[in-house]
Write a protein that binds this ligand. Structure first.
Ligand code: CS2
Length: 500
């Protein structure tokens, strides 16, 4: 093992089999600020941007911002922002060093530096992968204006903590100094993600305006509502968390150490609404699909990929499987996923030209990738934030069409059962959720009470006429899970051998 680090100066010494940036990194100007510079961004968008930079589009380097922890900056700053992307199939691993991240900032350490990057006239696009929970939505879907970070950012606009605070303050300053607004490109797994973020920021800005009504710029909400573009996008690439074994293997391959290589699969997809008034890289030349409306692609991904991912995660955890490929190799789980897909597919727009059969066949291959070791516990995190768009939305639509879903609500029941199993058959903090602090003695309550409490806490189908039916369906699944585990719950659907 070596103790030399990956950096601009060690790039030339890497083995020829490793792809490296072949452009002059010193000549690249920053054009994109990315909020949430975690592994997902580095496996996906940063790789597409790297392709654009290599093709001579020198104005689109990335300033990576962490809104919370300094870990990524601490790992990558000594490496000049370079890191290895390990693209792993069941049979081979391809290594590529990505050069598109020019600098890294840690927002809590230096909010002024983040605001300076966001107000730089060179910054024309701000992209986000901050995870579902960082949008700070209340149970009804609007902005959670009681959240302490929102309250803080309204009181301290110059020293924000949230994406909402940073974006609105930067847009306000750009407006005041006559700099064109940047385009805001949301890359998180939310339905209509651009429109959702747009709505939340307008709400946040209206609260700011109300405070400033007598003292300053009180028209920010209108400016953001009418003058800033928020294209939606659908991003897709599976990115398991990096392990120490990955770090050790990559160091041997490279001959130098990389403190944070990123693991991913060969598949990569990005579908983006083409609405960039301040310009954009020619992403379409590098495999990005530019469209007018991303909605159908987004729904297909959320309901078929992410919905089945959550199913595999919770049923897998309850069945003792620690990775997706192992859980998916269980014929009962596999059959359940087929049933889930069959229920979700009719909720997708029939006239959008979606190839759902090809998509699910490809998903089955992706889930069978044994090299990824994608942990079920990783996907299990934040179920309260993920299940509404992955599962509940499809179930509501099936019910509204008069067609009660047999499979979908088992995923919600399995989530509840997996929460109950923590500290018993699963380690205490095996996965986490923002509602954890409000969970009390779930497992000791009757199934209908536990389900109702979880629906309330997570805001599932709130105010929807089908809410009680969804609770009843979930309760029946949870009773069977409690009585006989996944085998009993699946047997009730005619899956596997055990009697219900
Ligand atoms: C996963 C996603 O962790 C999860 O909840 O379902 O991160 C999934 O791997 C990506 O959306 C794939 O594009």
């Amino acid at each position: 093992m070596t103790n030399r680090r990956l950096s601009n100066s060690t790039l030339k010494a890497l083995p020829a089999s490793v792809a490296v940036p072949r452009y002059d990194r010193g000549a690249i100007a920053p054009g994109i600020v990315h909020l949430g510079v975690g592994a997902f961004h580095r496996a996906h968008q940063a790789a597409y941007v790297d392709d654009c930079l290599a093709a001579g589009e020198t104005g689109w380097g990335i300033v990576g911002v962490s809104l919370r922890s300094p870990d990524t900056r601490d790992a990558l700053a000594p490496q000049d922002g370079l890191y290895t992307l390990a693209i792993r199939s069941s049979v081979e691993e391809e290594l590529r060093v990505v050069g598109s991240i020019l600098s890294l900032l840690v927002a809590p350490e230096d909010p002024a530096a983040v605001l300076a990057a966001l107000t730089d006239p060179l910054t024309r696009i701000v992209t986000l992968t901050i995870t579902e929970k960082a949008y700070l939505r209340a149970a009804g879907g609007g902005l959670d204006n009681t959240h302490p970070d929102i309250v803080h950012d309204l009181a301290n606009p110059q020293m924000p903590r949230t994406a909402h605070g940073f974006l609105t303050e930067a847009l306000s300053r750009r407006r005041a100094t006559g700099i064109q607004p940047f385009t805001v490109l949301c890359c998180d797994n939310l339905p209509a993600n651009g429109a959702t973020l747009h709505r939340l920021l307008v709400e946040f800005a209206a609260l700011r305006d109300a405070r400033l009504a007598t003292s300053g710029d009180a028209r920010l909400a209108a400016h953001i509502a009418d003058g800033v573009a928020f294209p939606s996008s659908m991003v897709d690439r599976i990115v398991p968390a990096t392990t120490d074994a990955d770090r050790a293997r990559i160091a041997v391959e490279l001959g130098v150490e990389d403190a944070w290589p990123v693991m991913t699969e060969p598949f990569c997809q990005w579908v983006v609404e083409d609405d960039f008034p301040a310009g954009r890289p020619a992403w379409e030349k590098f495999g990005v699909t530019m469209v007018g409306d991303v909605g159908p692609f987004e729904d297909m991904k959320l309901r078929l990929l992410n919905g089945s991912h959550s199913a595999i995660a919770y049923l897998g955890l309850l069945s003792g499987y620690d990775t997706v490929d192992r859980a998916f190799a269980d014929p009962a789980i596999r059959q359940f996923v087929d049933g889930l897909w069959a229920e979700a597919i009719p909720t997708l727009p029939p006239d959008a030209g979606l190839d759902t059969a090809g998509y699910t066949a490809q998903l089955a291959e992706r889930y069978s990738n044994t090299a990824l070791a994608h942990r079920t516990a990783q996907i299990a995190n934040d179920g309260s934030q993920k299940l509404p768009q992955r599962i509940v939305a499809s179930a509501v639509e099936r019910l509204s069409a008069g067609d009660p879903p047999a499979h979908l609500m088992l995923v919600v029941a399995a989530w509840i059962a997996a929460c109950e199993a923590r500290g018993k058959t699963l380690p205490e903090a095996h996965f986490t959720d923002p509602i954890d602090t409000r969970l009390t003695a779930l497992g000791s309550r009757p199934a209908d009470e536990a389900v109702t409490a979880m629906f309330d806490l997570a805001g599932f189908a709130r105010d929807h006429s089908q809410r009680m039916t969804l609770i009843d369906l979930t309760t029946a699944h949870l009773e069977r899970l409690r009585r006989g585990g996944p085998a009993a719950a699946l047997a009730a659907l005619g899956i596997g051998s055990e009697k219900p």
